[in-house]
Design a protein around this ligand. Structure first.
Ligand SMILES: *[C@@H]1O[C@H](CO)[C@@H](O)[C@H](O)[C@H]1NC(C)=O
Ligand SMILES: *[C@@H]1O[C@H](CO)[C@@H](O)[C@H](O)[C@H]1NC(C)=O
Length: 626
């Protein structure tokens, strides 16, 4: 019923666009008829005798719409052909006129209100703006190849199928499509740890383990898709005789007191005694010019370096935006994460890490964009894009190595996330979330300090990949530690719920009563899968037990989330007796992407039949009713 109505509306728009086409066509004819009239004038002047013929022609058409449109006059044999052609045109125009013969009609909606519709013959057309809202569908009139059409969509999201095979070192789902740092709620990527800060549930900003993990997984996936980045080494203190990495050659000193020298033994650098670094000494002050390296680079807009300071120095990168503004990005010693004057200076805090080597890797595009979104809402991304890197400046006293520009820094971003997870895991093996979460205010709430099974699972997926890539055991140990909360019930501060007291479920939000959020649960299962495939001995057994028990619950319960027209986000309507929480298309599509991924690792037919139905819902199909 709904669908057939929706189709009618599409038809309405179709008709409207033909109306527009007809209008264009007739105005074109009007212009043409000017030509005819002039032609007729000439003919009348020249051959007065034929004037009656002209009038006959003129009156032959019965339809007034084209009454001022007249055929060109030709004497002799060709008259009849012309007349036939003319008649045919008249006939077509009459038909079009009939099509245009519609009028307004009131449409009474559910006996609640009335809207204006149009009636044409037996057909009624309902405004698309109404249909869009009423049926929650999508569409816009778009103009391609010079003519307009309505692009109608039942849903507004795109399925990204996973690859045909899956291993714990492969790309996570199709996370190359994720762009965590681009989200408005991400305040910035910190310069102290290289991970996102979110403002989703607290304006001040806080670290959210799920977001940090997804940032890592998305860059891991992007690296797999794009391969090794292009790199341009600006300074690695190794090649004194020119070349791209010509040590010290291009730096400019601001005054006689400033110094720049090669240091063979980098203080505090245990390994690589042979490795040379650059030592710099100049004023700390941001108002001094600093030791400057002109760059003028248009292609590679990510920067990375190893740097260490003994004073309150800073690194400044000057860029030119696409709107030709100069912006200085300052990496400075402060505990604050980000500040900006909203015009030409953005500041990122390095934390309090004096006398310690820091590896800094930045995607400058986002550093500018986030700086500008601090002041005055949304930045215009077309203005904050970077046209070129102008120069790099150093302030204070310190050491520098491996200063590099590159097309991407995905693996560095991935490891920043992995290292953050290792560093901030607590003694319970979790990453507590330090803001309150009101899933349903007054009904499903969590005080600050809660853990998320989704955060635990997504962290495992990051840590396992870091271990498999680096072979460093600390990543695997951290992933194993993250298992502990899966065996602790929500009421005890863990993440485990039990459906009807029987089926284990790992909670994205471990509320009491339970909320049974589907997508978070599946993400946690995928983390458990990654770990059980990678760990060995007792750790592997534990991960396998927790995973199998969760998969068993999923296969039993997945049908509970199917509404017959879409999916449900959670089971709050069962556990809290409130209205069901329909998954918006974004999340419905996430459910589909997840089940498609599960099908790669588990051939249970329930996944296949379920996902086929769910894909159909995106196209407006519904399950049969009784
Ligand atoms: C850096 O600046 C702060 C504040 O001005 C000061 O207290 C601190 O001693 C300085 N540190 C160094 C290493 O110069
Ligand atoms: C610079 O990079 C090289 C090669 O990766 C590495 O061995 C060296 O330790 C790096 N320098 C610093 C100061 O970290």
């Amino acid at each position: 019923m709904r669908l057939s109505r929706a189709i009618k509306v599409v038809t309405v728009l179709g008709i409207c666009s033909s109306v527009i086409t007809i209008c264009l066509w007739s105005s074109c004819s009007a212009r043409q008829s000017d030509g005819f009239d002039r032609g007729l004038e000439t003919l009348r002047g020249e051959r007065g005798a034929d004037e009656n013929d002209v009038l006959t022609f003129h009156n032959r058409g019965t339809n007034s719409i084209a009454s001022d449109q007249q055929p060109p006059l030709q004497p002799g044999d060709r008259d009849q052909a012309q007349a036939d052609h003319w008649q045919q045109q008249q006939f077509q125009q009459q038909q079009l006129q009939q099509q245009l013969d519609y009028h307004e009609i009131d449409c009474n909606i559910n006996n609640e209100r009335t809207i204006k519709c149009r009636k044409e013959g037996p057909e009624v057309y309902v405004p698309f703006s109404f249909v869009k809202k009423y049926f929650e569908v999508y569409g816009d009139v778009v103009s391609t190849d010079g003519y307009e059409r309505l692009e109608f969509h039942h849903a507004n999201s795109i399925v990204h199928p996973p690859r045909a095979t899956y291993t714990p070192s492969a790309m996570f789902m199709a996370f190359d499509h994720y762009n965590v740092e681009n989200r408005e709620r991400v305040k910035c990527i910190t310069a102290s740890e290289g991970v996102p800060i979110t403002t989703q549930w607290n304006k001040e900003g806080y670290h959210y383990s799920i977001q940090v993990a997804q940032y890592g997984l998305s860059h891991h996936a992007k690296h797999i898709v794009t391969g090794e980045p292009d790199q341009l080494v600006l300074e690695d203190a190794e090649d004194e005789d020119g070349g791209v990495a010509g040590a010290l050659a291009d730096w400019q000193l601001p005054d006689k007191k400033s110094r720049l020298v090669l240091a063979r033994h980098a203080p505090g650098l245990e390994e690589g005694g042979d490795n040379r670094v650059v030592e710099f000494l100049t004023s700390d002050s941001l108002s001094s010019k600093g030791i400057t390296l002109p760059v003028d680079e248009k292609a590679n807009k990510c920067v990375s370096m190893d740097v260490k300071f003994s004073t309150n120095g800073s690194v400044i990168i000057v860029v030119e935006t696409v709107s030709r503004d100069r912006v200085s990005i300052h990496y400075v010693f402060t505990g604050a994460h980000i500040a900006s004057d909203g015009k030409s200076n953005v500041f990122y805090g390095l934390g309090e890490r004096h006398n310690e080597w820091m590896h800094i890797a930045r995607d400058l595009k986002f550093d500018v964009q986030k700086g500008f979104s601090l002041k005055g809402g949304k930045p215009d991304k077309s203005h904050t894009g970077i046209a070129r890197i102008v120069e790099i400046r150093l302030h204070g006293h310190g050491w520098l190595d491996n200063l590099t520009l590159s097309s991407a820094i995905h693996m560095e971003q991935f490891y920043d996330a992995a290292n953050w997870l290792v560093k901030h895991q607590d003694e319970r093996g979790g990453w507590p979330i330090m803001v309150a979460r009101r899933v349903v205010p007054g009904v499903l709430e969590l005080p600050p300090g809660w853990y998320s099974a989704m955060g635990q699972g997504q962290a495992m997926s990051v840590l396992v990949r870091a271990y498999l890539d680096s072979k460093e055991k600390r990543y695997l140990r951290s992933a194993v530690e993250a298992l502990k909360l899966f065996e602790i019930d929500s009421v005890q501060g863990g993440v485990r719920a039990r459906f009807l007291g029987q089926l284990d479920w790992y909670e994205e939000y471990p509320t009491t009563p339970s909320s049974f959020v589907l997508n978070g649960f599946i993400y946690s299962l995928m983390g458990l899968y990654d770990l059980k495939e990678t760990a060995s001995g007792r750790d592997k057994e534990t991960a396998e037990r927790i995973y199998s028990s969760g998969m068993k619950s999923l296969k039993v319960m997945i049908g509970l989330y199917d509404s017959g027209v879409g999916t449900l986000y959670d089971l709050r309507h069962i556990t809290a007796g409130i209205e069901p929480n329909r998954a918006r298309w974004d999340y419905h599509t996430t459910h589909i992407n997840q089940v498609l991924q599960l099908m790669v690792i588990d051939d249970d037919p329930i996944f296949k039949t379920t996902v086929q139905r769910w894909l159909g819902y995106l196209q407006g199909r519904k399950s049969r009713h009784n």
